[in-house]
Design a protein around this ligand. Structure first.
Ligand code: 13P
Ligand code: SF4
Length: 335
């Protein structure tokens, strides 16, 4: 059994997965109390449900969350996000306890690049520098020279000597976007995010016809024909900033719909339309992994200090360098 499955099976054996929460509890008050009692910091990604975002100590994009995880003095880091984010926090803080409310909160993009297959791929390009999007497993990070997020990807690529070719993994869409914006010689791993690949170009065009003054803002994990429609392309924090600073009052938001909560909070007089997906029958613009976290699971996680994200010393030793390099380059670039 793989490490993660084993950890999940152990939780099931302890009866943890069947635990119920007293419906009369004020979960928000309890979570706030537990944060203080345990000197815990609650970090939340913009794709979390609104209630979780509102009680977090910090809400941000992948880079901001990694930076907060690197600098926190809390004893416990509670990650309201997905597994690769909690793993990154653990690599940066091997002595601290890192908790994830649901161990099944994975990532289709990270899953699209299994480390053994990537190892074989990498062997074909021994002279290439490996840049991995932070949305990848800890095992992949052990084979990576430098990590990036969508906020700093441009600066990370530009920090690599111009005569060096690059392997970019795992996101083919972000990779193709970076190839175009930097003009660099890159080979791309063919992975993708299931949420960002589901947006419908035709339906976005129809929505734009209904709201001609709306700006289309898109995440670079989307495919090129979708990005071609965008007035602005960027990470979640970049899309948020653009929606605040741009004079437009309507925006079509082509990324996971959770970010709209912060957009509405920061610009209450503006209107945000979640971009439609190809499938009308599902809430495909909500990440099924991010949305596994709930207030109930968060409360249980903080109360019992479970599930804990752990990594072997070897993985931490081999995988941390690419995150440290990313943080150094980001700091130099003022990000
Ligand atoms: P950012 O918030 O860094 O743009 O990442 C988006 C994402 O898909 C996280 O899983
Ligand atoms: Fe992974 Fe996509 Fe979900 Fe982000 S939105 S966690 S990239 S599946």
């Amino acid at each position: 059994m793989e490490g993660l499955e084993l950890a999940q099976a152990n939780l099931a054996k302890k009866g943890y997965l069947d635990m119920e929460v007293d419906p009369t509890l004020d979960l928000i008050a309890e979570i706030k109390r537990l944060k203080v009692e345990k000197n815990a910091i609650l970090l939340a990604h913009y794709y979390q449900e609104s209630e979780i975002q509102d009680i977090a100590d910090y809400v941000g994009d992948s880079l901001g969350l990694a930076q907060m995880a690197a600098s926190t003095e809390a004893d416990i880091i509670v990650f309201a996000g997905v597994h690769f984010m909690a793993e990154t926090a653990k690599m940066l803080n091997p002595s601290k306890k890192v908790l994830l409310p649901d161990l099944k909160a994975g990532c289709s993009l990270a899953d699209s690049c299994p480390a053994p297959l990537f190892k074989k791929f990498k062997e074909k390009y021994p002279e290439h520098v490996v840049v991995s999007y932070i949305n990848c497993t800890a095992a992949l990070k052990t084979m990576t020279d430098v990590c990036c997020t969508s906020t700093n990807a441009q600066q990370i690529i530009e920090s690599i000597p111009a005569d060096k070719s690059i392997i970019f993994a795992p996101d083919k869409n972000l990779g193709a976007y970076l190839q175009k914006t930097t003009g660099r010689d890159m080979v791309l791993w063919q992975g993708a995010c299931m949420v960002h690949e589901m947006f419908s170009r035709e339906k976005i065009i129809k929505l734009k016809i209904q709201h001609p003054n709306a700006k289309v803002i898109a995440h670079p994990e989307c495919e090129e024909p979708i990005l071609a429609l965008a007035d602005h392309i960027g990470s979640t924090s970049s899309l948020l900033r653009y929606s605040q600073e741009n004079e437009a009052t309507e925006f079509i938001v082509v990324t996971e719909a959770g970010i709209i909560h912060q957009m509405e909070k920061n610009s209450p007089d503006k209107t945000f339309y979640p971009a439609p997906s190809t499938d009308d029958t599902c809430a495909c613009n909500e990440c099924p992994y991010m949305r596994l976290n709930t207030l109930e699971k968060l409360y249980l996680c903080m109360k019992h200090e479970l599930p804990e994200v752990t990594l072997s010393e070897q993985v931490i030793k081999d995988g941390r360098g690419c995150i440290d390099r990313m943080l150094e380059i980001s700091a130099k670039a003022g990000l």
